[in-house]
Design a protein around this ligand. Structure first.
Ligand code: PMP
Length: 345
């Protein structure tokens, strides 16, 4: 890896970050707070939340086995996807490399930040080859985006190839593990100490059943987390989100139950799809969704919409011609889907 100072945008390296009232006084001893122009009425919503979410990070630290200083929390993982661009990529000059197909926000954020996006097509098994990704890089490549399990393909990426990229690339490698709670593959967040150029993303939106609260996580070296904290909006995670997240982290048994029910349902639903005459192929999945190649994805999608059932039509995505992406629902939702598909003519 190049020294971090060489990777960070010069304006970010020299940035004097905004210092909020709660940054300047964060102790709990005081009882009169007249420093932040808040309204003294309407407690507890009148007060700004902890800008660094320390109590929540301590809890996440226990659950995820990563030190609090190696955790960044954001407004969904989408915030943690945007920040590496803002920290590392000089608009109009730098570029990033990513697998294709993958989660669409990596490219949208590249476009917003005026950063060239270089997609490298996966093979027919939806796997990538480290050497191909590395060959797409040049001196101005700052980031490589990997997603495992990958969206929309559903599969884990080959771990040896991921490690090869992390070991050989001079810049930052981001591995989005939004769906890793559904997979048996070990999370890379346990390897952070070994790889200073690694950022691992995670979210409360999937296995944790909390997409509405918008809480995403990035795990990385202390230096990278400090950089993110410098650039983020001062109060990026609101109080209601911090409280709701602590509650769900306390109810960990519910989450394990949901995951095992969804994995059982996934096996049944994939099997039922394989039996459908209108389904040509079901791709293996390590996530809470799977991709299925249909005889006519658009017509089947439209038919399901008429029945009030919405799946994701991915037919226009590269390598996903005629594919529908199906999220695993409850047993009754999944039965309704299969029932409707069996009636399709
Ligand atoms: N990463 C991946 C791979 C995703 O599929 C999604 C959402 N579909 C996200 C990140 C965004 O998650 P969040 O709700 O935390 O912004």
């Amino acid at each position: 890896m190049k020294p971090l100072e060489q990777l960070v945008r010069p304006n970010i390296l020299s940035l004097a970050p905004y210092s909020s009232a709660r940054n300047e006084y964060s102790g709990k001893k005081a009882h009169v707070f007249l420093d932040a122009n808040e309204n003294p009425y309407n407690s507890p919503l009148n007060r700004y939340p902890d800008p660094l979410q320390l109590e929540l990070k301590e809890l996440i630290s226990e659950v995820k086995g990563v030190k609090a200083e190696n955790i960044f929390l954001g407004n969904g993982s989408d915030e943690a996807i945007d920040l590496p661009y803002r920290c590392f990529c000089r608009p109009g000059k730098d570029n990033v490399v990513a697998i294709e197909p993958t989660y669409g926000m990596y490219k949208v954020c590249a476009d917003i930040n005026d950063v060239e996006y270089r997609p490298v097509l996966l093979d027919e098994n939806f796997q990538f080859h480290a050497d191909e990704l590395l060959a797409a890089c040049d001196d101005n490549t700052k980031l490589i985006w990997l997603c495992s399990p990958n969206n929309p393909t559903g599969n884990n990426l080959n771990i040896e190839e991921i490690l090869k990229v992390i070991n050989k690339f001079e810049g930052i490698v981001i591995v989005d593990e939004a769906y890793s709670d559904f997979s048996r593959q070990k999370s890379l967040r346990s390897e952070l100490a070994k790889y200073p150029n690694l950022i691992v993303l995670n979210t409360m939106s999937k296995a944790w059943g909390s997409a509405a609260i918008r809480l995403g996580m990035a795990f990385a070296s202390k230096e990278i987390i400090e950089l993110f904290n410098k650039v983020k909006y001062p109060y990026n995670v609101n109080l209601l989100t911090q409280e709701a997240a602590m509650k769900i982290l306390d109810n960990r048994e519910d989450v394990s139950k949901w995951v095992s029910m969804l994995l059982q349902e996934r096996a049944q639903l994939m099997e039922a799809f394989k039996q459908l005459p209108i389904c040509e192929k079901v791709y293996p999945s390590d996530a809470n969704f799977f991709l299925a190649k249909m005889t006519d994805a658009q017509a089947i999608y439209d038919y399901l919409v008429d029945q009030g059932i919405i799946v994701r039509n991915r037919t226009r995505i590269k390598l996903c011609n005629n594919c529908l992406r199906v999220t695993i629902g409850t047993r009754s939702e999944n039965s309704e889907l299969i029932g409707a598909l069996r009636q399709y003519k």
